[in-house]
Design a protein. Structure first.
Length: 257
């Protein structure tokens, strides 16, 4: 009986250590993902898309379309990153660390070279792109009849609730956000994080980060878009990326997070 009891205790301890390690890995991945997404997305093209569209159309529709696109992109990015785990972790760990350092140095250089009103150019570019899409919607409306195109808060067209979420505005918000996010720095960052961190933590943290940024853009609209300092956010982002790269010098690749 004594031998049996002596064998059970170590197993229980190992299970507790494994659970603690898994929890730490998830938390570390979550914090890493949410922080880099916030510093990457604030003042980014997808932020301006949500902010401008929310001023012209139903906010809930814009938010739903943008978040569906960002959630889908986050999941795809995590899958891409997780696929690289077939490579020995020591290689992916240090390659991802090098990429974080490159991202950080590049963001710092971009931020230091920016003028204080740098974000206005991208804001105007997004406005022109949305205006072009609006004109296409109006032409479609004239050709196919009124349909269910939302023309803004002033005019309301009777429609079923489920049609409200698959309206042309929903499709426009989804398409513009998805295309703007594809190949963006935040997508590449998510892929790199998923290759070295807990994928579930990265997926949840990335999605929450996108929710916060997009929700802020939808609620604040043009006021936040005009007052946000893209230069400051870019410099802070560069520091955050370099901090993650620097922390790798003190964490073993086999530590699990």
């Amino acid at each position: 009986l004594q031998k049996g009891s002596s064998l059970v205790a170590p197993v229980h301890i190992v299970n507790e250590e494994s659970a603690d390690k898994t929890n730490l890995g998830f938390i570390h991945a979550f914090v890493a993902a949410i922080s880099v997404i916030i510093v990457s997305e604030l003042g980014d093209k997808t932020f301006f898309i949500a902010a401008i569209m929310a001023m012209r159309y139903n906010r809930l529709t814009v938010l739903a379309g943008a978040m569906l696109a960002l959630g889908l992109m986050t999941c795809l990015s995590v899958l891409f990153g997780y696929a690289t785990t077939v490579i020995p972790r020591v290689y992916t760990y240090y390659v991802s660390t090098a990429l974080f350092a490159i991202f950080g140095i590049r963001m710092l250089r971009e931020g230091l070279k920016m003028s204080p009103d740098e974000g206005q150019e991208e804001l105007e570019e997004v406005q022109a792109e949305i205006k072009k899409k609006d004109e296409e919607l109006q032409r479609t409306k004239l050709l196919n009849g009124p349909g269910d195109v939302e023309s803004g808060p002033g005019t309301t067209i009777p429609q079923k609730k489920w049609l409200h979420f698959i309206s042309p505005i929903f499709v426009q918000a989804f398409t513009l956000t998805f295309l703007a996010e594809w190949g963006d720095r935040s997508q590449l960052t998510t892929i790199v994080l998923a290759a070295r961190e807990d994928p579930y933590g990265v997926a949840v943290g990335g999605t929450v980060g996108h929710c916060l940024c997009t929700g802020l853009a939808v609620i604040g609209g043009r006021m936040i878009a005009q007052k946000i300092s893209v230069r400051t956010v870019t410099i802070i982002g560069g520091i955050v990326f370099l901090a993650f790269a620097f922390s790798a010098l003190f964490i073993s690749p086999d530590s699990g997070f």
